[in-house]
Write a protein that binds this ligand. Structure first.
Ligand SMILES: [Ca+2]
Length: 414
């Protein structure tokens, strides 16, 4: 987030608190231009890690590292410097992997004379990918803990934010979360710890990389209401907090109830409103996606010849796309099928039979290739034809990934 955006946020927050009758937000040593911790104005990673430490994380199953899966935590140049956790699967591991990546902030001490009423965590985040993503389901979670490290031998932590990210979160967005006054105290030392985790379902399906980005993170501590006189109004302050919950409700009412949602309090939660609106949108086969690309049908694969072991997907790249359609494809069984090829053994699983990528000029009809993987070939020969979902991604004109899904039958003919 730019310095200007931070100032706008601070101004909105101040306005909202003033509306609710709460006294000023200034603290000894506090900055008015944004979060105070771990750095004044928040960590922006403009020139480096800003003292944050990447965790040493691995993909694994129940603590055992998986050779075909990796996690990296690093600073990248995007968004004028940001943190990124990348989950990569080098092949279809076919096992449930647990991918976790983390960053820890520098420690920060809250002055012993600080007068604390509560705090707000704010950050920017996004989820990007070069792999087919689960349709409409959460792909990864992002959690932030406030860890009290005053006594290193007896650390305590409070979860401040726990949000899930999906294919619709590919653009940077700001998110805020309230921190209760009991989680942060004067005279103590803290660290923020941000953890990204792939959902086990996405980890199992991952073929390619999923990246979780983090930026502009900081904690803004606010003072409680001041004196007796304000104390009475202080009760109104509490109502203010309830007001913010109200604003989530206002998602629906944005059109009509605008006036009812009224008092400035609504402004504080604007971000949350946008977020719930985007979560509510259909993620697969959305109207936006269908304007770009049409998935017609799946051609059975042949075991021999020039198209050996390819499932071909007929697609139409519509004229409303920019220059061309491009993305990735994946063919996955709809239900669990018996993946054991020995007689008398049963191992039921949903299986990705093959993947591919495609590019097609605007206005064309053509075939996008999906190469069957070894297991896909064997299973189709042994169990085919099987019902599958064909998942095709396409980038829209704003660079957002859209996903189309078509139910079809996959077969491999000898
Ligand atoms: Ca930045």
């Amino acid at each position: 987030m730019s310095a200007r955006a931070w100032m706008t946020r601070a101004a909105m927050l101040t306005a909202a608190l003033a509306c609710a009758g709460v006294g000023g937000v200034s603290l000894a040593g506090a900055q008015d231009s944004g979060p105070q911790y771990p750095a004044a104005g928040g960590s922006t990673f403009a020139t480096g890690l800003d003292g944050w430490k990447p965790g040493q994380n691995e993909c694994g199953v129940g603590g055992t590292p998986l050779p075909l899966c990796s996690v990296t935590n690093e600073r990248i140049d995007e968004h004028q410097g940001s943190l990124q956790t990348t989950f990569t699967s080098l092949a279809n591991a076919g096992q449930v992997a647990d991918g976790t990546g983390s960053f820890t902030s520098p420690t920060f001490a809250v002055p012993a004379d600080a007068d604390i009423g509560g705090a707000t965590l704010s950050l920017s985040r996004r989820l990007t990918s070069d792999a087919p993503l689960l349709d409409g389901a959460p792909v990864a979670s992002l959690a932030v803990d406030l860890v009290d490290v005053t006594d290193p031998a007896a650390q305590t932590r409070a979860r401040v934010l726990d949000t899930s990210l999906d294919a619709n979160d590919s653009a940077w967005a700001t998110q805020t979360a309230p921190v209760s006054g009991s989680a942060i105290a004067a005279g103590r030392t803290y660290q923020l710890e941000a953890t990204s985790r792939l959902t086990s379902e996405q980890a199992q399906a991952l073929e390619g990389s999923v990246m979780v980005g983090l930026d502009d993170i900081g904690l803004t501590v606010t003072a409680p209401p001041k004196d007796g006189a304000t104390g009475a109004t202080g009760a109104t302050g509490a109502t203010g907090a309830t007001g913010s919950t109200g604003s989530t409700g206002s998602t629906g009412s944005t059109g009509s109830t605008g006036a009812t949602g009224a008092p400035g309090t609504t402004t504080v939660q604007t971000v949350v409103v946008q977020r719930s609106a985007s979560t509510a949108k259909p993620k697969t086969n959305s109207a936006a996606a269908r304007r770009l690309l049409r998935v017609d049908r799946l051609v059975p694969a042949l075991a021999h010849g020039p198209f050996a072991n390819q499932l071909r997907v007929r697609v139409f790249c519509k004229r409303s796309i920019g220059a061309r359609c491009e993305g990735t494809l994946k063919v996955r069984t709809v239900g669990r099928i018996n993946t054991a090829l020995r007689k008398g053994v049963r191992r039921m699983k949903k299986v990705t039979l093959g993947t591919g990528s495609y590019q097609m000029p605007r206005g064309r009809v053509g075939y996008a290739k999906v190469l069957l993987n070894d297991r896909g070939q064997k299973l189709l020969l042994a169990r085919g034809p099987v019902k599958v979902d064909v998942l095709v991604t396409v980038l829209d004109t704003e660079g957002r990934q859209q996903v189309l899904r078509k139910r079809a039958t996959a077969a491999l003919r000898r």
